[in-house]
Design a binder for this molecule. Structure first.
Ligand code: GLU
Length: 452
């Protein structure tokens, strides 16, 4: 079962029943980066066989979210378009005697499970339906019952070397024969997933550890259908600070919501894949660098706690380290263009909590603000001492050194009124870098208490 020689093909397979959250981003990005690191392919598969709960708008939002994270799939498929393949596979399994009709109602199964538990037995399906004769089945159908269909598990232990968890095994005796098809002919998740994995040549199935128990069943379905069994990797799940799992239905920590609130995509990507890993969560400049930090084999097996405050701090750090070239288009989208835009970015990025804060600093640097006047006499004196242009990074130290000597002020008494008048704020970027962007005309007006 070696796949190392061929480039991997992986898939991210969300059901479009809600907006994806940071926990889903963990699965998506672990898959994407795994494929990318090895020159492989990343496929997006919508598990939308549940027609009641699947929505086209959720599928659309998942695509937008993935594109925002930078995980653009090379192929996109929908299970609802592929039902013919599942029908063919189920016919094949029936012909092989691996898919058999069962007529129990949910109530009957429930009573049976309770009886077994009361006797201290594992609540495994007793395969009573296998003993039905053709005549029994006809009688049940004449009563108006329609069958659901179970996959006949082979006895024995399924083993696999999990990419995350290492040697893993599940004894099929501990499992009920899984239902693959419902009474109404629709498919549960198991069969379509395996059929698609075979059809799309998936080499590595990387998903949350809530799917570990499905793996033994799926390995048997792969074999029964004559498909290559892929490698499996099951990562731990992200929990919130209260230790609860994240849910798509609640919409909490959805990627859409985090994006709208102003979190950087690269911060989400980094936090999604590095939380609970051997490498600490850190700002990264791009996905190429992140891909080198991911190591499935060293993901912790304990549930990983996710802290939103940490995400915001990481998002700010990500901005602080972001080179101009990576942000030029986003700046241009907000009208921040021209010769000074690079100097502007380098001056203000270290002060950004979120990207939107650039608007404020762009007004300070090139637009109009309301100066805050603390000491009009001193400010007039400072205005009169402004050097002639051209200005550069030496202007501020030269000007304030002269002012220190002429006014006798120093420290906060010297700098604070100047900052308030020139920027309208208590804190902000280095004035040595900002002042040349503001320029002499604007500085003169602001020091004179005029908005400019
Ligand atoms: N639709 C399944 C889920 O979202 C996919 C599981 C898998 O990757 O096999 O959990």
């Amino acid at each position: 079962m070696s796949h190392s020689s061929t480039p991997p093909i992986v898939r991210f397979a969300p059901s479009p029943t809600g907006r994806i959250h940071i926990g889903n981003a963990r699965t998506a990005m672990l898959n994407y980066l795994f494929a990318k690191a090895a020159g492989g392919q990343f496929i997006l598969r919508f598990d939308d066989t549940d027609v009641e709960r699947s929505r086209a708008e959720y599928a659309d939002s998942i695509e937008v979210d993935l594109a925002w994270l930078g995980a653009v799939p090379s192929l996109k498929v929908r299970q609802s378009d592929r039902v013919a393949l599942y029908v063919a596979a189920s016919e094949k399994l029936k012909a092989l005697g691996r898919l058999y009709p069962c007529y129990e109602t949910a109530d009957e199964l429930d009573r049976r499970r309770k009886r077994m538990q009361a006797r201290g037995l594992p609540p495994v399906y007793d395969r009573a339906a296998l003993n039905l004769t053709e005549a029994d089945r006809q009688a049940l159908e004449a009563e108006g019952r329609t069958p659901h269909w179970r996959f006949l598990l082979e006895p024995g232990t399924e083993t696999w070397t999990d990419l995350v968890r290492g040697e893993s095994h599940i004894d099929s005796a501990s499992l009920s024969d899984p239902v693959l098809m419902r009474e109404d002919g629709t498919y549960l998740y198991t069969l379509p997933s395996v059929v698609d994995d075979i059809d799309l040549g998936i080499t590595h199935v990387i998903r949350g550890e809530d799917h570990v128990t499905n793996t033994a069943v799926q390995i048997q379905v792969f074999r029964a259908l004559g498909g290559d069994v892929p490698a499996f990797g099951h990562h731990n799940l992200l929990m919130n600070q209260q230790g609860e799992g994240l849910s798509k239905r609640s919409g909490a920590l959805s990627l859409t919501g985090l994006r709208e609130a102003g979190v950087e995509a690269l911060a989400i990507a980094s936090m999604a894949v590095l939380t609970g890993s051997a490498t600490s969560v850190q700002p990264v400049q791009n996905l190429e660098l992140l891909q080198d930090l991911v190591d499935l084999a060293h993901l912790s097996r304990a549930p990983a706690r996710f802290d939103e405050a940490e995400l915001w701090a990481l998002s700010a750090k990500t901005l602080h380290a972001m080179p101009f070239a990576d942000v030029a288009l986003r700046l241009a989208d907000r009208g921040i263009t021209g010769d000074v835009s690079e100097a502007f970015w380098d001056t203000v990025r270290g002060n950004l909590e979120r990207f939107d804060d650039v608007d404020l600093w762009w007004s300070v640097a090139t637009g109009s603000i309301e100066p805050v006047i603390e000491d009009a006499v001193f400010l007039a004196q400072a205005r009169d001492a402004l050097p002639a242009e051209p200005w550069d990074n030496t202007t501020w130290p030269a000007w304030t050194t002269a002012l220190k000597a002429s006014s006798g002020r120093k420290g906060k008494a010297l700098f604070h009124p100047l900052r308030l008048a020139l920027t309208g704020r208590e804190t902000g970027p280095e004035l040595a870098a900002l002042l040349p962007l503001i320029g002499r005309a604007r500085a003169t007006a602001r020091l004179s208490a005029h908005s400019a």
